[in-house]
Design a protein around this ligand. Structure first.
Ligand SMILES: [Zn+2]
Length: 115
C-alpha cells in the first residue's frame, strides 16, 4: 500500500492523520484538567480536527465520482486520474488527459490552475 501515491490516496492518508492528530490533542487536554478552560479548548480543537477529517473523507467521496478511469499505458492496469495530471496507482507512471502536457515532465503544479 505504501507505493500508492496517487492523489486520492494522499488525501486519504491526510484525513487519517487528522483523526490521530485530533485524538492526540484531546489526549493532551487531560494534562490540563486543573484548568477547565484550557482543557475545553483542547477538546474543541481535537473535535475540530476529527470533524475536518470527516469532511475530508466526504470530499474524497465527491472526488472519487469525478475521477476518470483509464488503462495505464505502462502497466496495462486500470487506474483513476484526478485533475489534469495524476500518477498511476500501480506503477506511479505520470498520466495526463491534456494533450499539450503529454511528454512533459510530471509536475504537480499543473493541477493548481483548476482548483
Ligand atoms: Zn501503471
Amino acid at each position: 500500500m505504501a507505493k500508492y501515491s496517487s492523489k486520492i490516496n494522499k488525501i486519504r492518508t491526510f484525513a487519517l492523520g487528522l483523526v490521530f492528530f485530533g485524538m492526540i490533542i484531546m489526549y493532551g487536554g487531560i494534562f490540563f484538567r486543573d484548568s477547565p478552560i484550557i482543557m475545553t479548548i483542547f477538546m474543541i480543537l481535537g473535535l475540530l480536527c476529527i470533524g475536518l477529517s470527516t469532511a475530508v473523507y466526504f470530499w474524497i467521496g465527491m472526488l472519487s465520482t469525478k475521477t476518470i478511469q483509464v488503462v495505464c499505458p505502462n502497466c496495462n492496469k486500470p487506474t483513476k486520474i484526478l485533475g489534469r495530471v495524476d500518477m498511476c496507482m500501480h506503477c506511479n507512471e505520470p498520466l495526463t488527459l491534456d494533450k499539450t502536457l503529454e511528454g512533459q515532465e510530471f509536475d504537480e503544479k499543473y493541477n493548481r490552475k483548476i482548483k
